[in-house]
Write a protein that binds this ligand. Structure first.
Ligand code: NAD
Ligand code: WQD
Length: 338
């Protein structure tokens, strides 16, 4: 039996496959390579000695999905595939709704047709909006989502919840990730953004490696200790291990479950910059910039539920996240391009 990993060539997907192989699972990947390349899977093979079976295709393509479900014996799906850039989603809402919502509907329908009713879905802390309280538990009400990308996460959570209510044979785990950073310890796989990075850590590493001059820190007048925003950064390998625990949980037929995956520790933008400088030994020039629209001041989670029900705890600290991000970036200044 194998696990279908949609979006498996991407950042979180490739790290998750390494950990799935480590636990002896077979993996089939479906990815259209719109934001990744097959090289990441070759590197997974380098690390683990195994290459997942790869289908280049779209989650909206019924033919390729039928082929996969007919040829491979799929027992569950980890659904990473999706577009994820917040700013781009504001400019191209239709593309985001089409890719993330329409594509996922086709995937779910083909899963149902082939009687594969076990799924783990990549959701996001973005569904909490400006959270009603911190640390955020799973009971925290969903907040106002300010961009189409985040809306697709909220909508897909609702769609999966309604599917479960109508047919309790489904087992569905919604994982709300906080801020994944870091890379595999080998330095062979990591985050590989196209163009100017939107997210903090890839921007920092690109400044450190000399590809960009200076980091802009978006806002130093928030009501936090140093005035910059607080986030719950989580090492991508810990996140990947959270998926392995979730796959095991699916084997117990849990019904519908929701888990926060974060460390429970909040770090400011300046904490990240300062820790990165220590871990890498490289200076990161930065300057203060105005607040970025849509940023919430403070966002970190209570991950107790994942600890109690999945037996999962994030173990890697911010220093380790910075060290591993830097190893990846400094060894691969142009990502997977050689
Ligand atoms: P990523 O862009 O590196 O990976 C996504 C993968 O999906 C890419 O390989 C891309 O080519 C593929 N893809 C996109 N649309 C597809 C389609 N229609 N058919 C087939 N493949 C398609 O992103 P990531 O950071 O690894 O994120 C994985 C998932 O986790 C996404 O759903 C993302 O929204 C979610 N998530 C990410 C973060 C984060 O900060 N990285 C936080 C919360 C949630
Ligand atoms: C972190 C902090 C910025 C860049 C986003 C998505 C969220 C989830 C994770 C997918 C903020 C500051 C950033 C820069 C900066 N993704 N910053 N200078 O916004 O918390 O979350 O990624 O689901 O949905 O919204 O992450 O890394 O963009 O920002 O000062 O150049 O770093 O203002 O305080 P964010 P981020």
């Amino acid at each position: 039996m194998a696990i279908l990993v949609t979006g498996g060539a991407g950042y979180i997907g490739s790290h998750t496959i390494v950990e799935l192989f480590g636990e002896g699972y077979d993996v089939v990947v479906l990815d259209n390579l719109s934001n990744s390349c097959e090289k990441s899977l070759e590197r997974v093979e380098e690390i683990t000695g195994k290459k997942p079976k790869f289908y280049k295709g779209d989650i909206a393509d019924r033919e390729v999905l039928s082929e996969i479900f007919e040829k491979e014996s799929i027992e569950s799906c980890i659904h990473f595939a999706g577009l994820k850039a917040v700013g781009e989603s504001v400019a191209k809402p239709l593309e985001y709704y089409m890719n993330n919502i329409s594509g996922s509907l086709v995937l779910f329908d083909e899963m149902r047709k082939h009687n594969v009713k076990n799924i783990i879905f990549s959701s996001s802390a973005t569904v909490y909006g400006d959270p009603a309280f911190v640390p955020i538990t799973e009971e925290c009400p969903k907040g106002e989502i300010t961009n189409p990308y985040g809306q697709t996460k909220g909508m897909l959570e609702q769609i999966l919840t309604d599917m479960y209510k109508a047919d309790p044979e489904w087992n569905i785990i919604l994982l709300r990730y906080f801020n994944p950073i870091g890379a595999h310890e080998s330095g062979r796989i990591g985050e590989n953004p196209n163009g100017i990075p939107n997210n903090l850590m890839p921007y920092i590493t690109q400044v450190a490696v000399g590809k960009r001059e200076c980091l802009g820190v978006f806002g130093d007048d928030y009501d936090t200790e140093d005035g910059t925003c607080i986030r719950d950064y989580i090492h991508v390998v810990d996140l990947a291990l959270g998926h392995v625990k979730s796959v095991k949980k699916l084997e117990d037929k849990p019904g519908l479950k929701v888990y926060n995956l974060g460390t429970g520790v909040g770090s400011s933008v300046l904490d990240v910059v300062n820790t990165f400088v220590k871990a890498s030994g490289v200076d990161v020039p930065y300057e203060m910039k105005p607040r970025r629209a849509g940023d919430v001041p403070v966002n970190f989670c209570d991950a107790t539920k994942a600890k109690e029900e999945l037996g999962w705890v994030a173990k890697r600290d911010l220093y380790k996240m910075c060290e591993d991000s830097w190893r990846w970036q400094s060894n691969n200044p142009n990502g997977y391009e050689e």
